[in-house]
Design a protein around this ligand. Structure first.
Ligand code: SF4
Length: 375
């Protein structure tokens, strides 16, 4: 069987696959929420090992991909200001804003620095008390705790020249938005294990019940994903819709209480725009009023920046699972990792980048699937 000998435990992989093949009797569409899972699926050919009846739809769980264009433009504006040191993880530097990216700002003389932790940015702020130091704080529930802790530290230490441009997003409201869409085809979810390791699973039973979808908390290794698919398919075939933790080695039901307490102290829930999708109510975090002095959006008065997404990029449909990346007209032609039109082609976790990297140019299109439905 292709790819399977590359799995960590090929025998276990075969057993899981045999179970899935023996269980499935009709078509099911599952969404893996996390971009890391998407890469693992495409890299290891997991979708091609599954029965034809099981379709994996790629979800919106890539933090770089869903950061809206207007937040990128705010970052570009702040990074261009004299006296500012703008710090970011490296994967944000090539994300296109309107007309340019952070690399170009650096080429034009802006002091844009790649850091590996928000605490690096705080250290830079302490070393440069006469400069404004800004950290670009994006991501899901996984990156939010260290960012929250850094802002907490900055306040505690009185580092007044440190601020954060925050665009954090939360998974459960995104699941709710996806399931509420009239065009939604998702029948079950592989929830992101690392998010649940922070937040626990308390928010999921209500969603599983309301939308009657199984939600299986799943890890990132190929075997984790096969196990998540196996459990989701079992539930679907039995007509069940419960929350099942298939990643118990990392996820406790209550998550990480210390991290959650830090999040509650530093952030407050807010509506958040997702790139290509639009505003999802209560889907984000912003700094709470207690930490307003460290809010870069407030400090640099960039809250009014509004921008339009490029019309040719269909990443919003990709992020909602309505379109496979190679079905976008620009895929591999106008849009490549060297010339990305959208964040899903830039980010290492983006679905478009995964398809390009692993040469997925020949998988059946959605239209083809609909024309030849599996019965
Ligand atoms: S291939 Fe490029 S243009 Fe098309 S959806 Fe992906 S990022 Fe956007």
């Amino acid at each position: 069987m292709k790819y399977i000998d590359e799995f960590q435990d090929p025998e276990l992989a075969r057993r899981l696959l045999d179970d899935i093949h023996a269980t499935v009797t009709r078509p099911w569409a599952l969404m893996e929420v996390c971009g890391g899972q998407t890469h693992s699926i495409i890299r290891h050919g997991i979708d091609q090992l599954l029965p034809d009846e099981v379709e994996l739809i790629h979800g919106p769980g890539c933090p770089v991909c869903v950061t809206p264009l207007e937040v990128i433009d705010k970052a570009l504006e702040i990074a261009s200001r004299p006296g500012v040191i703008f710090c970011s993880f490296g994967d944000m530097l090539r994300v296109p804003g309107t007309g340019r990216d952070l690399f170009q700002v650096r080429g034009e003389g802006g002091d844009v620095r790649v850091v590996y932790s928000p605490l690096d940015a705080l250290r830079i702020a302490r070393q440069n008390p006469d400069r404004e130091v800004v950290f670009f704080g994006i991501g899901f529930e996984t990156t939010a705790p260290p960012n929250a802790m850094t802002v907490h530290q900055a306040r505690k230490l009185g580092v007044r020249n440190f601020s954060m441009l925050v665009s954090h997003v939360r998974v459960p409201p995104a699941i709710e938005a996806i399931m509420s869409s009239p065009s939604c085809r998702v029948q079950g979810f592989l929830a992101a294990g690392h998010v649940c390791s922070v937040m626990g699973v308390e928010e999921y039973p209500e969603l599983a019940e309301r939308f009657r979808v199984p939600i299986v908390v799943t890890g990132f290794e190929p075997l984790d994903i096969l196990e998540g698919v196996r459990r989701a398919v079992r539930q679907l075939e039995r007509g069940e819709h419960t929350v099942d933790n298939a990643y118990a080695r990392a996820v406790r039901p209550e998550g990480n209480p210390a991290a959650r307490a830090m999040l509650e102290d530093v952030f407050e829930v807010t509506d958040r725009a997702w790139r290509g999708i639009g505003v999802i109510p209560d889907s984000g975090w912003r700094l709470s009023s207690k930490y307003r002095d460290h809010d870069a959006e407030h400090r640099f008065s960039v809250g009014g920046i509004r921008t339009q997404e490029p019309a040719e990029c269909r990443s919003g449909e990709v992020l909602q699972g309505l379109l496979k990346p190679h079905e976008c007209e620009a895929f591999g032609t106008l849009c490549t990792p060297r010339t990305p039109l959208g964040a899903t082609m830039v980010s290492s976790e983006g679905a478009c980048a995964a398809y390009y990297l692993y040469r997925r140019l020949d998988v059946p299109t959605t239209a083809a699937r609909e024309a030849s439905p599996v019965v």
